[in-house]
Design a protein around this ligand. Structure first.
Ligand SMILES: [Mn+2]
Length: 318
């Protein structure tokens, strides 16, 4: 059921023992939003933990309390721990991994900005017009008259900045910029944040350059794609940011990254300037936003490549 921002705030205020979680493969928005709310609830004297079923990139360790993020632990007898509230951020509950099995929450509150959220949680605040979940968190904190400390400002700004490509993507609105300006006034340090978030090991920079060299163009150059089979995927320690290197190619609408995940399973990420790639992602049971979406294809490498290109060309013809 969809609820208002005020109702979401009431659920947070009423709970004492709270677990915050976000999607696996957590990005700056998932981590920044989680830590932002965590600091606020902690300042109110509540018992609050952040539990995410994945590794946290060291790029985010500059954020205060990033080191308190835990992984879920399932009790040996399978018993779930009772808590007042499970706060699910930046995804619906489908993508939180084992966190869903570890707890028995009296209430689940889902806050998200993905247009593909299926509203399956009992209480959902969904705003697909928000640039980031962090932007909703900012609104929520203002709604609750929260004191926005430097720790909160750093975390929430990180979410805003990373989901908007540092305020360049078309999801950036006047409200996003005003929120960011306000967070700067409350202590967020944009230079420190961008430097930390964008830092990459030398080997990754060189590996990415090699991957970019293998970029292929399709459909009169309107699609630019990198296709990584098992060998090429394993040669890279991360593909973070790789797809963004293709966005700048002149005449390209859709940038595409296909990478190996496991035997006959490939992960597809798409970014676009015009085409609604969330529709393409949803047609393969994925999700995301109109201009940034992803899905998983269970088939051979060559089949996956052909399948996603055909779907994209069809979507672009309209
Ligand atoms: Mn997000």
């Amino acid at each position: 059921m969809r609820i208002s921002l005020k109702e979401a705030g009431t659920l947070l205020q009423e709970a004492q023992n709270i677990v915050i979680t976000a999607h696996v493969n957590p990005d700056g928005d998932a981590i920044g939003s989680s830590l932002g709310v965590m600091h606020y609830l902690h300042d109110l004297g509540k018992r609050v933990r952040v539990i995410i079923d994945d590794d946290i990139l060291s790029n985010f360790s500059f954020l205060n309390a990033c080191d308190i993020i835990e992984k879920p632990r399932i009790a040996e007898n399978g018993e779930k721990e009772s808590i007042d509230l499970l706060l699910v951020l930046d995804t619906n509950i489908e993508r939180v991994g084992k966190v869903a099995d570890a707890f028995l929450p009296a209430q689940i509150l889902n806050i998200d900005h993905h247009v593909t959220n299926d509203l399956s949680c009992p209480a959902v605040y969904l705003d697909p017009d928000s640039a980031a979940t962090a932007e909703i968190i900012y609104q929520l904190l203002r709604e609750m008259n929260a004191e926005i400390t430097k720790d909160i400002a750093m975390a929430v700004y990180t979410g805003l900045a990373t989901d908007t490509g540092f305020f360049r993507f078309p999801n950036t609105t006047p409200f996003t910029m005003r929120a960011a300006a306000d967070l700067l006034e409350r202590g967020a340090e944009p230079g420190i944040i961008s430097e930390a978030v964008e830092a990459k090991p030398f080997a990754r920079v060189v590996g990415m350059a090699k991957a970019v060299e293998a970029t292929e163009l399709f459909f009169d150059g309107r699609i630019a794609g990198i296709f990584l089979d098992q060998h090429s995927t394993e040669a890279l320690d991360s593909t973070e940011g790789l797809i963004d290197a293709l966005r700048v190619i002149e005449g390209t609408d859709v940038s595409l990254l296909l990478k190996w995940k496991e035997e006959n399973v490939f992960r597809v990420s798409m970014r676009s300037k015009k085409t609604n790639v969330s529709k393409v992602a949803v047609s393969f049971s994925g999700g995301g936003h109109e201009r940034a979406a992803g899905c998983t294809l269970k088939m051979s490498f060559s089949e996956a490549k052909r399948t996603i290109l055909e779907a994209l060309e069809k979507a672009m013809e309209k």
